[in-house]
Design a protein around this ligand. Structure first.
Ligand code: DHB
Length: 304
């Protein structure tokens, strides 16, 4: 038997490919954990989850074209009390087929991140992904700050989470794509200095992208049409972020690559830039759960 296994943040994975956050939040119409455990995904990632239930942004909030997708979902999810009640069953489902359960959490304050992380760890999840990079929440007409772009805020959130769950917990930090390498290196320094951080997930969607139909009307109807960009167009940016992070982070911090992965070739490319595992969102949403076996056989064809 050939061995394609890998390891992120001390969690063993049978191979490097898993679903990304945003594809399994346990809402009607979403892919469910039951469906994911029947695929060859290496882990099941749920979330992002928030402290209180959220309906998400109204109107048309997802659009996909040939080379990209846009989303402005607004963190729809049933909220922490629902997950708290159901974590054990979710863990049993995924562990029952030998897959770890990961959860992406999104707070609006350092305290909320700490609470979400604590309840997740108590619920038995194998890895908490701190989503510091959601671009799609607005309050009173103003867009919320994207936490990862503010090194002091990243420091405050990580400190608060570490105080709650201890430095030994398995935590990954999900970052947005940075166009300023200087700030990315500052954030990398904060991550490096915090023993809590065992992995970094790079990258989230590129904020405030915009696309129109032939009549000039925006496809997305929320927030004047601004939305996070994902899909194939994001791949070179994601690879660049992974490569920069790999050069700055110590070897005991793993990188999970995400952004524009839709073929076996893309998995190989992310691994060659320093990722230990990869995640897919647009490819999964557009092509459905069979995409895992297709991409894995392409990957195996390349790596042998
Ligand atoms: C959403 C989008 C993101 O890119 C993200 O990281 C978290 C949430 C959303 O709109 O729900």
């Amino acid at each position: 038997m050939l061995d394609y296994s890998t390891n992120v943040a001390g969690v063993k994975l049978e191979h490097p490919l898993m679903n990304a956050a945003g594809t399994c939040r346990l809402l009607a119409g979403d892919l469910s954990i039951r469906e994911l455990v029947r695929t060859p995904t290496a882990a099941v990632m749920i979330g992002s989850i928030t402290v209180t239930p959220r309906e998400g942004n109204p109107g048309n909030v997802y659009w996909a074209d040939n080379f990209y997708s846009l989303n402005s979902m607004g963190l729809p999810n049933p909220g922490l009390p629902y997950y708290e009640k159901n974590f054990h069953e979710m863990v049993a489902l995924t562990h029952g087929v030998g897959k770890p359960l990961f959860v992406s959490v999104a707070g609006f304050t350092p305290h909320e991140y700490a609470l979400l992380a604590l309840k997740s760890v108590k619920g038995g999840v194998d890895l908490v992904e701190l989503n510091l990079s959601c671009p799609n929440t607005w309050e009173g007409g103003n867009q919320n700050r994207i936490a990862c772009f503010y090194p002091e805020l990243v420091f405050a959130i990580l400190g608060r989470v570490k105080r709650e769950i201890g430095a030994d917990a398995k935590v990954s930090v999900k970052l947005a794509p940075f166009s300023d390498p200087g700030i990315l290196s500052e954030v990398a320094q904060v991550l490096k200095d915090t023993p809590l951080v065992k992995a970094v997930t790079a990258v989230n969607t590129f904020p405030n992208a915009f696309a129109v139909d032939p009549s000039g009307t925006s496809w997305i109807t929320f927030a004047d049409g601004f939305a996070g960009l994902a899909g194939t167009a994001l791949k070179p940016i994601g690879l660049g972020q992974v490569k920069q992070l790999r050069s700055w982070l110590p070897n005991n911090v793993d990188i999970i690559g995400v952004g524009g992965i839709s073929r076996g070739r893309d998995i190989v490319d992310y691994l060659s830039c320093g990722a230990k595992a990869v995640q897919i969102a647009t490819a999964l949403l557009e092509r459905g759960p069979n995409v895992f076996s297709t991409m894995l056989s392409e990957y195996i064809d390349i790596v042998g």
